[in-house]
Ligand binder design. Structure first.
Ligand code: ASP
Length: 413
C-alpha cells in the first residue's frame, strides 16, 4: 500500500483537486491519501479563532464568509455530492455562536481542524464521482494523541491498532493530515505543517511500500529558490541528511516525518504535482551522503545572550534553569553557544512569547537582545560556500561541526 500526501497548494482550486484525482487514478490505486486544508485555509481559520476570542463587530461573520465562499468556489468547479461540506460549515457556524470558554489552544484545535475536514470532504466526493472507489475516513478516530492541544503527542500503540482495524485496500482512503483526538474525545492538532507527519504515521502503522509527498517544487532542492538563483535537485538523500535538513529549517518536509519511516526503511518520495511523471527526490537508506552543499536560510531571527547577574559560570545549574524557561515558554532553540560567563541562543522572533520569557530571564541574568537577524545553515560546507553567503553580511556568531556550519548574520544590504 502507498501513502500519498497532498498539501494545501496542491488543492488550492478545482483544477488542483482534478489533478489530484488524476494522480490517484494513475499512480495510487488503493492508496491512503492524506490531505491538508485547501490553499491558505489554515491561516484563515487562525484569523477566525482570533476574531472569536477577541470579538469585534462583524469580524467573525466576515472571516467565516471568506472561508465559506472560498470552499464554495472550489465546489462550483467540480461535480459530486458535497452535502457534507455544507454540514461542516454549519458545525463551524454553530460553534462560533457559543460564548468562548476554555483555553485558547483547545479552541484553536476545534476550529482550525475543520479546514482539513472540509478539504477531504471535497476531495473524497469528487474522487467518488469520477468512479474511483473512495472511503472518507475521519483521522480523529484513528490518530490517538494526548491532550497537548496544538502539539498533540501520538499514542503509537493505540493509533496502530485503530489504523489497522480501519484501513483496507478495498478503496482509496481519503483522510486528513494534521489532526487527531485526545483520549476524552477532543480534537487535537499535531503542530503547523503536521500533515506530512500524519502520512508517516499511516505508513509506519500499515508497513506501507512508500510515502509520496506531492509538492509544487520538483523535489528537495539544495536551497530555497526564494533565496538562491542556482538550485540543484537532490535525487537521493539519506534519512540522516533529510532529518538534519528538515531540523535546521528546510521547510520542504516536516522534521518529525522521517524518523518513523527510517525505523521501518520505508522510502519517502518528494515529487511535483505539476509534473507527476518526474522522479523527484527519494529519501532512504543510502551509503552516500549528499555530494553538494545544501543551504537553509531562516529570517527574522533573534539572538539572545545571557550573562549571570552573580559571579557564577554558565554551568549545569544555570543551563538547566535556562532550558527550563525556554521549554516552559514553548520556544525552540535554533542554535546555542556558551562561554564560561555567557550563553547565547538564536530563536525565531515570536512576539507572542518572547517578551514574557525575557522578563523571566532578567530575574537571573543580564540579557542582551539583537533582532532582525538571519540564520544560515550549510550542510556539507567548505570555505568557498561560507564566503559566498557572507557577501554583504555581518557575521555575529558561527558554529561548525564536521558536516554543518551555522552562521548568524545581519544583512548589510
Ligand atoms: N493545514 C495545516 C497547516 O497549514 C497542516 C499542513 O498543511 O500540514 O499547517
Amino acid at each position: 500500500m502507498k501513502v500519498f500526501k497532498f498539501g494545501g497548494a496542491s488543492v488550492k482550486d478545482a483544477a488542483g483537486v482534478q489533478n489530484l484525482a488524476e494522480i490517484v487514478r494513475t499512480q495510487g490505486k488503493n492508496a491512503v491519501v492524506v490531505v491538508s486544508a485547501m490553499g491558505k485555509t489554515t491561516n484563515a481559520l487562525e484569523d477566525l479563532v482570533r476574531a472569536y476570542i477577541n470579538p469585534r463587530p462583524g469580524q467573525i461573520q466576515a472571516r467565516l464568509q471568506t472561508i465559506r465562499s472560498y470552499h464554495e468556489s472550489i465546489i462550483h468547479g467540480l461535480t459530486g455530492n458535497f452535502t457534507s461540506v455544507y454540514q461542516t460549515l454549519e458545525t463551524l457556524e454553530a460553534y462560533l455562536k457559543q460564548p468562548f470558554t476554555g483555553l485558547y489552544d483547545e479552541v484553536y484545535d476545534q476550529i482550525v481542524s475543520l479546514g482539513e475536514i472540509m478539504s477531504t470532504q471535497i476531495v473524497a466526493a469528487y474522487l467518488a464521482n469520477t468512479g474511483i472507489a473512495t472511503r472518507w475516513t475521519d483521522a480523529r478516530q484513528l490518530i490517538a494523541t494526548d491532550v497537548t492541544f496544538r502539539e498533540g503527542r501520538v499514542d503509537w500503540e493505540e493509533t496502530n491498532r485503530r489504523i489497522n482495524n480501519t484501513v483496507t485496500t478495498a478503496a482509496v482512503t481519503v483522510t486528513q493530515g494534521f489532526i487527531g483526538q485526545s483520549p476524552d474525545g477532543r480534537t487535537t492538532t499535531l503542530g503547523r505543517e503536521g500533515s506530512d507527519y500524519t502520512a508517516a504515521i499511516f505508513a509506519y502503522c500499515l508497513n506501507a511500500e512508500s510515502v509520496t509527498i506531492w509538492k509544487d517544487v520538483p523535489g528537495v532542492l539544495n536551497a530555497d529558490p526564494k533565496w538562491f538563483d542556482q538550485t540543484v535537485l537532490l535525487e537521493k538523500i539519506t534519512y540522516q541528511d533529510a532529518i538534519e535538513l528538515a531540523y535546521y529549517g528546510a521547510t520542504v518536509i516536516h522534521p518529525k516525518t522521517i524518523k518513523p519511516l527510517q525505523n521501518k526503511g520505508i522510502p519517502l518520495y518528494v515529487r511535483s504535482f505539476v509534473k507527476p511523471d518526474a522522479p523527484g527526490t527519494v529519501i532512504g537508506h543510502y551509503e552516500r551522503h549528499l555530494l553538494i552543499p545544501s543551504f537553509i536560510f531562516k529570517i527574522n531571527q533573534v539572538l539572545i545572550s545571557l550573562h549571570p547577574n552573580d559571579f557564577s559560570f554558565i554551568a549545569e545549574d544555570n543551563l538547566s534553569r535556562i532550558f527550563g524557561r525556554f521549554a516552559q515558554a514553548g520556544i525552540k532553540i535554533n542554535l546555542m553557544q556558551n562561554t564560561a560567563i555567557s550563553f547565547s541562543v538564536v530563536v525565531d522572533n515570536n512576539q507572542d512569547r518572547i517578551p514574557e520569557l525575557l522578563g523571566q530571564l532578567r530575574q537571573d541574568f543580564r540579557v542582551s537582545y539583537n533582532d532582525g537577524l538571519e540564520l544560515i545553515t550549510i550542510r556539507y560546507y567548505d570555505q568557498s560556500t561560507i564566503d559566498r553567503v557572507l557577501v554583504n553580511k555581518k557575521l555575529l556568531l558561527e558554529q561548525k561541526s564536521r558536516y554543518t556550519v551555522q552562521l548568524v548574520v545581519k544583512d548589510l544590504g
